[in-house]
Design a binder for this molecule. Structure first.
Ligand code: SF4
Length: 408
């Protein structure tokens, strides 16, 4: 078979892999569905690959179902995710004000035995009242006695992992409310990871990690440090969504799309695959609110094609060309330059939910979590120093004005 024909066959596989074509066995083993030409006439049943989550030793599916969607009215999607081997599920108190947990809980109740198949994560922000009482409510909504992993939600500095939090986590582990403990972070991720690597009571971290940020020396150092100390790593925000309109001409995007279609993937699948190329990342948490996205992501997880050097180059070139469209979460830089009053990168994340995810309600809810003082003063601040300091030259003042318009 010529290489061109091989490519076409693989492309046909990835593009046409449908609901029936993904014959995925349940949880347990590792491996991936090879392209049909490698297996003969019919694809065999395949299993979703799993990786160890750091020192926890737990084996988790490399694709994690992000629960930031209406799980109550998407029970069939939850069932299909489980059927296709996406057995790592992620939710939080704040997703739909508990409704995401509620939907997963209803699924476990309606499907006896399903809870045992799922490696389940939930999260709570440290602020917002008594943690134990709120955790109990999470467990009640999830209709389970214990989650496998619990995160303090969205920290922006390792200082938030206080001795009081450490002691509380130990107490909750002892009480059997969760097995493993860690945090999630979208802001100052590298510093948070470097800090986590020094704390032996942090089992796992979920952090923003994608083609825009993965190659910087500091992120490499931080990921390596966690790898060495056994902190399990879960990537999120894998598509590197932008907070504002694209500033960069669409040729860069067209070139990327064309290249990967020739290789048999969509550009979105390629953005997942480049993350999985790093064995230090146990799983990618991805929002998959419909079957189209779920099936495309599962196909990407099952496909064994290794990215070529040119694929990395192509994504790196695209990252460079779109650099000024993306907020990299280095919030300490702009927040400090703006006088410390506004968590600029948090507002950027809300804008990203609004613009890139097309989730205005989620964007508004996340924005509403910020202190009232911050929301009120958003357009009063002088952002000129922050814009000068921003390594990506984002138009911070204009974006904050847009945030005030669309997020209130
Ligand atoms: S606005 Fe700039 S400095 Fe601030 S977090 Fe985003 S990329 Fe970093």
């Amino acid at each position: 078979m010529t290489s061109e024909k091989k490519d076409l066959t693989r492309r046909d596989f990835v593009k046409t892999v449908g609901l029936a074509g993904l014959a995925v066995a349940g949880a347990g083993a590792t491996g991936a569905l090879a392209a049909p030409e490698q297996q003969g006439a019919a694809p065999k049943a395949a299993v979703m690959p799993k990786r160890k989550l750091g020192k926890t030793g737990a084996e988790v599916s490399i694709l994690n179902l992000g629960g930031m969607f209406d799980t109550i009215n998407n029970q069939l999607l939850l069932r299909q995710a489980l059927k296709w081997g996406v057995t790592f599920w992620d939710t939080a108190e704040s997703y739909g004000n508990g409704l995401s947990e509620e939907g997963m809980g209803r699924f476990f109740a309606r499907n006896p035995g399903s809870r045992q198949e799922i490696f389940l994560v939930t999260k709570l922000q440290a602020k917002g009242g008594n943690l134990t009482e709120r955790l109990d409510k999470c467990l009640k909504r999830l209709q389970t006695d214990q989650v496998d992993l619990f995160f303090i939600h969205a920290i922006s500095g390792i200082g938030e992992m206080t001795p009081a939090i450490r002691d509380w986590a130990a107490e909750m582990k002892k009480a059997g409310k969760f097995k493993y403990f860690g945090f999630s972070t979208h802001t100052n991720m590298e510093d948070c990871l470097l800090g986590a690597a020094k704390l032996d009571w942090i089992d796992a971290v979920m952090m923003t990690y994608n083609f825009q940020v993965m190659a910087t020396p500091k992120m490499r150092e931080a990921v390596d440090a966690c790898g060495k100390s056994g902190v399990g790593l879960i990537a999120m925000k894998s598509m590197a969504g932008r907070p504002g309109p694209a500033k960069v001409a669409s040729e860069a995007k067209s070139e990327l799309v064309d290249r990967f279609l020739q290789r048999g993937f969509t550009d979105k699948q390629a953005k997942l695959k480049i993350i999985w190329e790093n064995p230090q990342i146990a799983s990618i948490c991805s929002q998959m609110p419909n079957l189209t996205i779920l099936s495309a992501n599962v196909a990407a997880a099952l496909d064994r094609t290794k990215l070529a050097r040119e694929d990395f180059d192509s994504l790196n070139r695209y990252a460079l060309e779109t650099r000024t469209d993306y907020c990299a979460g280095c919030g300490s830089i702009c927040q400090e330059a703006a006088g410390g009053a506004v968590p600029v990168s948090e507002v950027m994340r809300c804008l990203m939910y609004h613009r890139y995810y097309g989730e205005p309600e989620l964007a508004k809810l996340t924005f509403a979590d910020l202190p009232e003082e911050v929301r009120r003063r958003l357009t009063e601040m002088d952002y000129s120093r922050a814009e000068e300091a921003c390594p990506r030259r984002l138009a911070i003042a204009a974006l904050m004005r847009q945030a005030a318009e669309v997020l209130v």
